[in-house]
Ligand binder design. Structure first.
Ligand code: HEM
Ligand SMILES: *[C@@H]1O[C@H](CO)[C@@H](O)[C@H](O)[C@H]1NC(C)=O
Ligand SMILES: *[C@@H]1O[C@H](CO)[C@@H](O)[C@H](O)[C@H]1NC(C)=O
Ligand SMILES: *[C@@H]1O[C@H](CO)[C@@H](O)[C@H](O)[C@H]1NC(C)=O
Length: 323
């Protein structure tokens, strides 16, 4: 008898093993069906919240798309970006995010509705992933099934927020390295940069291109208008990332580049300095449907960066605070 394991211990071993299996097989544990039984209305609630916010402020679509990117590149897609901090703690005030990232109240109000409908079920990290997809759809871009089941982190990571997000003065080599660091390819990098087909940037993100020896890849017409905009006062005005179709998700971002009309240095270099990335830009100029297809694939890949699974994370009750 002593050598026969009890039914209970066998069950525990199986459960233990199962937990390991499901926690390790990244691909298996995020699935579009994650909330089908536990919160079937989850995606509809997120969509309504995003749609209302975008109707009020069209730029919000861009801001929410960017929020998911800034979440995923820092410690994985774990909603660490949403944790409140202070001047020296948390990700919100880190260099790439301070005075720039927006949309936190939109996520808060969606979370409030979700906690009312199905308390403790839908993670903040998943809300960001769904809201990013909905933002693309609402501005005219492609739709895809969002992989779900991420848990939320208990801590933010200020150091990674300062080090892992690519700065706008990056050259192609640096962009490729920083995307490679999180498991994304050069092709993913060029494709995801197409997100700059919507939204705005502050003069401080590209002012260095306008100085006494302006960036030679910057077209003259754009240079003149940006000098005027960013002129000599202390304000930090905004301008559209995509000159052609600033609030429509299309391939306009790529169509700007041959005439030197990419706003950020990191945009223009994709066309002007590197044959490989230039080829893909040209391909997207002529094949908008290929851009849409690849964008879906790369967004799903980005959404899969180091998700927290099982007990490695929690479902926050409020996105700004750990439970
Ligand atoms: C390739 C490297 C990238 C760099 C260097 C970069 C840099 C920037 C910068 C500097 C801004 C303007 C911030 C400001 O002035 O306030 C911006 C805005 C934006 N970025 Fe990126 N970004 C990159 C990739 C991405 C990716 C992968 C996405 C999403 C998939 C994305 C989505 C956006 C959006 C939508 C905006 C506009 C946000 C708004 O209007 O609120 N970016 N980006
Ligand atoms: C910021 O928050 C951290 C963590 O809660 C804390 O240790 C630190 O003292 C706070 N700093 C300031 C300036 O409030
Ligand atoms: C963030 O922005 C505020 C307001 O402009 C500024 O006072 C603060 O120094 C900035 N924080 C960091 C860490 O750069
Ligand atoms: C700063 O310059 C911009 C662009 O010329 C202008 O729209 C804005 O009104 C100026 N702000 C102030 C405070 O002068």
């Amino acid at each position: 008898m002593a050598t026969t394991p009890s039914f209970f211990s066998v069950l525990m071993i199986l459960l233990g093993l199962w937990e390991n299996v499901s926690a390790q097989s990244g691909g298996k544990s995020l699935t579009p069906e994650n909330y089908w039984w536990t919160c079937p209305e989850a995606e509809a609630i997120v969509f309504d919240g995003v749609a209302r916010a975008v109707a009020q402020d069209p730029r919000m679509a861009a801001s929410l798309l960017r929020m998911h990117f800034h979440d995923c590149f820092v410690q994985g897609c774990d909603a660490s970006i949403l944790l409140d901090g202070n001047a020296t703690f948390g990700e919100k005030t880190a260099g790439p995010n301070n005075n720039s990232l927006r949309g936190f109240e939109v996520i808060d109000s969606i979370k409030t509705e979700l906690e009312f409908a199905c308390p403790g079920i839908v993670s903040c990290a998943d809300i960001l992933a769904i809201a990013a997809r909905d933002s693309v759809v609402l501005t005219g871009g492609p739709a895809w099934l969002v992989q779900l089941g991420r848990k939320d982190s208990r801590t933010p990571n200020r150091k990674e927020a300062n080090e892992k997000l690519p700065p706008p003065n990056s050259d192609v080599g640096k962009l490729i390295r920083m995307f490679h660091d999180v498991g994304l390819t050069e092709e993913d990098m060029v494709t995801l940069s197409g997100a700059h087909t919507i939204g705005k940037a502050r003069c401080s993100s590209f002012r260095d291109r306008l100085q006494s020896q302006p960036d030679p890849t910057l077209g003259n017409r754009l240079l003149t208008s940006l000098k005027q905009l960013c002129g000599f006062n202390n304000t930090n005005p905004l301008t559209n990332l995509d000159l052609k179709t600033p609030i429509t998700f299309d391939n306009g971002y790529y169509r700007n580049l041959p005439s030197g009309e990419g706003l950020l240095r990191s945009d223009q270099v994709l066309y002007s300095t590197d044959e490989r990335t230039k080829n893909l830009v040209e391909y997207y100029i002529h094949n908008p449907e290929a851009f849409f297809h690849n964008f879906k694939v790369s967004m799903i890949k980005m959404g899969n960066i180091r998700p927290l699974l099982g007990k490695d994370g929690e479902v926050r009750r409020h996105c700004r605070f750990p439970n």
